[in-house]
Design a protein around this ligand. Structure first.
Ligand code: SF4
Length: 340
């Protein structure tokens, strides 16, 4: 089943697909494109959410600084290194270091973590540490970091300003370009169904994401958090998130696209569905149990009591049920501008 992208999808066509025109054909074409690029392999990323402190106050996020009900934590460097060891021992080829925008970790502390993890393990390192200064991004790249995730959530300036009041739109865009120039594999993404978002905004977001020629593309549905100014507003739609996943795959065949945890927070089977319509990455959390549940950007995230071994076994079974297998390798981008 083919879906021609020659000429590339127009804004109108994207909007039509977002509106539910021909889901079956869209999903089948995205699945075929994923299999053609990556076969039956799903890349695993072990993620360490090492601090839930954040200086920002994003309206959709449970970790916003204005939320006084969160139990805040910071992991010490030795604890982070122990988590990285667990990821490497599990045979996973990428360690993701993620936190809120927490300036308490100095740039050289992060650089030392990167150097030590690279010296001890044959893994790729992805950073997801927010809007840091260009010189810090450079230091970490030189220390050996391979990838950086910096989600815009939307490229609509007005909506961005409404939902991320402390962020500078232009600075974030500039940081994306800076990361590319430094040779990182760069990831960005959107929240579908964010209150205030329309199909027209979302369609334009997909075009902009594609024009940026990124290596990693993420979309997850908005999940309402009760301790935010958006409390009570409706969740995003799982089906629309799946459509976005499929469109991103077709518009960016070689990109790494995760089946996001926000999908599963709304519908337990959604991760499998995403993996069958464009996604090719899963990011299990290796954040240790005493603080695991406190990294709650939205309800349903990190809310299982299962230990990591049990969750990995379950994941392998889940993948097997949809004829996929976990990839025990770095799982780099297929975009041609990066050579490894
Ligand atoms: Fe902080 Fe990120 Fe949450 Fe915004 S979305 S409050 S930057 S953790």
């Amino acid at each position: 089943m083919t879906l021609s992208l020659n000429p590339p999808l127009s804004l109108d066509r994207i909007q039509a697909y977002l509106g539910g025109e021909d889901d079956e054909r869209l999903f089948a074409a995205a699945n075929a494109a994923t299999l053609a690029q990556f076969g039956d392999t799903v890349f695993l990323r072990g993620i360490i959410e090492f601090s839930n402190h954040c200086r920002n106050n994003c309206h959709y996020c449970g970790l916003r600084s204005g939320n006084r009900e969160v139990l805040r934590y910071r992991l010490e460097p030795d604890h982070i290194l122990a988590c990285a060891q667990t990821i490497a021992d599990a045979g996973i080829g990428t360690v993701v270091l993620q936190s809120g925008d927490d300036w308490r970790y100095r740039a050289d502390t992060i650089a030392e973590l990167i150097t030590t993890i690279k010296a001890r393990h044959d893994v790729a390192i992805t950073l997801s540490l927010g809007d840091r200064k260009p010189e810090e991004l450079r230091l970490w790249r030189e220390a050996g970091a391979d990838r950086y995730l910096l989600k815009m959530e939307t490229f609509d300036r007005e909506l961005f300003a409404q939902v991320r009041p402390d962020s500078d739109f232009q600075q974030r865009l500039d940081n994306l370009q800076c990361l590319k120039a430094l040779g990182y594999q760069v990831g960005c993404g959107v929240i579908t169904g964010l209150p205030g978002m329309t199909d027209a905004i979302l369609a334009q977001d997909l075009l902009t994401l594609t024009e940026l020629e990124l290596d990693m593309l993420a979309c997850g549905p908005y999940v309402m958090h009760p301790q935010t100014p958006m409390a009570g507003l409706p969740d995003g739609d799982v089906l629309q998130s799946l459509r976005v996943t499929a469109l991103l795959r077709l518009m960016n065949p070689g990109a790494l696209i995760p089946a996001t945890s926000a999908l599963n927070a709304l519908l337990p089977s959604a991760r499998d569905r995403a993996l069958q319509c464009g996604a090719n990455v899963v990011m299990p959390s290796f954040t240790p149990q005493p603080v695991f549940a406190s990294y709650q950007i939205y309800p349903g995230k990190n809310d299982t009591e299962a230990l990591i071994d049990q969750r990995l076994t379950h994941l392998t079974e889940e993948l097997s049920a949809i004829a996929r297998r976990p990839g025990h390798c770095r799982g780099d981008t297929r975009r041609s501008h990066h050579v490894h």
